[in-house]
Structure formats: structure tokens, C-alpha cells
Design a binder for this molecule. Structure first.
Ligand SMILES: [Zn+2]
Ligand SMILES: [Zn+2]
Length: 227
């Protein structure tokens, strides 16, 4: 689905969303669950791109449904994998990924599901800092560090298209915006606080890790979530 000119949400993914930004090169934001790489590479061809042009893969945070196919991309493409330093140890396997509590039925369910979808650790080729810019005009993505959901959660801002990629900083479920579930969030208070930073930006489009994008009055909707 083309959300705006040269900005795509990959079609047919299960679990979490992934996005493609097309300039001279292709940049992928998140990779979906393990085993999604073929579907994403197929989508790149469908929109007339070439997998050889995929140069950078940006990870919004370390959760398995977002980084699951990163190792697959490492094998099949030359793309570099970039993430925030605070989430890097959970992506490259230096530290075990924190797991949701078994005392919560949903936590138990997620543990069962993730035991079937093994997420391979993958080398992180570069670190992303708050305020850093990636790519070049017309595709210039700015990194916004929004800790809370995970310590190294980051959003990406594309000023030319007034578009924000939120990862799991905000979820959109059943047409409503919400903060990410507490069960899967390291620091819910900080997660909410971090969103205030986003309201300082000029944006019209919001892209979520879960749920369909908002393409009109996105700033007003985010503002009312925090109201
Ligand atoms: Zn998450
Ligand atoms: Zn997620």
C-alpha cells in the first residue's frame, strides 16, 4: 500500500508492520516476524524496486515481531542493520531479551508463540542517535529517541513527507490510538512522556507498528491521546 509518494506499508505481513521508503536507494523500517523477508523482497519487486537497492534496515526496537526477519535479510541482501545503542544488545544476542511475566495469561501466550517463531540474533552494523539523519534528500529520515516501550525505542521522521514512523511508541487498534501494552513495555511512564517530543514536530501522517496508518489530522489525534 502506498501511503504517500514513495512511502509504502508492506502488504501481507502478519504480526507487526514494516515500511519502505523509496529514494535513490531503498530504506526498510522494521522487518516483521521471522520468515517475512521473502514477502518483503517480493513487495520491493512488485513496486518496481530492486532488492539490490535495499541499503539500510532501521529497527524501531528489539521486539521479535519487528526484528524477526533481520537475520534473513542479512543473508539475502547487502543491507546494513541500524538500531539504537540501548536496544542493540537484545538484537545481536549480547543480552537475552526480557520476557513478559508468566503470571499474566497474555504473557504466557506470547512466550508460547515466540518459542515457535525463533528470532535469530543479528549483527547491528551501525548505531542511531537522537537527532541523527539518515539518507539524503528527498529521503532524509531523522531519528527521534522515544524511550519507554523499550530503552532504545526510536521513531523516524520524514519532514519532506510530514510523516512519522512510530514503531510501538503508539499502537492503533480498532481505529483507536493507545499507548503500547504495559505488559510489553519496560517503562510505561517514560513511554508516555516520550510522546510529548513528537508533538513538537510538523506531521500529517502517522505509521504504526500495529494498525493502519493515519493520513489526515494525525497530529490532532496524537494530541488527544495525550490530552
Ligand atoms: Zn514492541
Ligand atoms: Zn510490536
Amino acid at each position: 500500500m502506498e501511503i504517500a509518494k514513495d512511502i509504502y506499508q508492506i502488504e501481507g505481513l502478519r504480526g507487526a508492520n514494516a515500511f519502505l521508503v523509496k529514494g535513490e536507494e531503498l530504506i526498510l523500517i522494521d522487518t516483521g516476524m521471522p520468515g517475512s523477508e521473502e514477502k518483503i523482497l517480493g513487495f520491493i519487486e512488485k513496486i518496481g524496486g530492486s532488492p539490490t537497492k535495499l541499503t539500510q534496515i532501521l529497527l524501531t526496537h528489539y521486539h521479535w515481531d519487528h526484528i524477526g526477519s533481520a537475520a534473513g535479510f542479512k543473508r539475502k541482501t547487502q543491507a546494513k542493520i541500524l538500531a539504537h545503542p540501548e536496544d542493540k544488545p537484545y538484537i545481536d544476542g549480547e543480552s537475552p531479551q526480557p520476557q513478559p511475566s508468566l503470571l499474566n495469561p497474555l504473557g504466557l501466550l506470547i512466550r508460547v508463540i515466540t518459542s515457535f517463531y525463533k528470532t535469530e540474533p543479528v549483527e547491528v552494523n551501525g548505531l542511531l542517535a537522537d537527532g541523527q539523519e539518515i539518507g539524503g534528500p528527498p529521503v532524509r529520515l531523522k531519528v527521534i529517541h522515544t524511550p519507554g516501550h523499550t530503552p532504545g525505542s526510536i521513531c523516524f521522521y520524514l519532514p519532506e513527507a510530514k510523516t512519522l514512523f512510530l514503531g510501538d511508541a503508539v499502537n492503533r487498534r480498532l481505529n483507536r490510538l493507545s499507548l503500547p501494552p504495559k505488559l510489553f513495555t519496560t517503562n510505561p511512564v517514560q513511554a508516555r512522556e516520550s510522546l510529548k517530543k513528537l508533538l513538537l514536530l510538523d506531521f500529517e501522517i502517522l505509521c504504526f507498528g500495529h494498525g493502519d496508518p493515519i493520513t489526515r489530522d494525525a497530529a490532532g489525534k496524537l494530541k488527544s491521546l495525550l490530552g
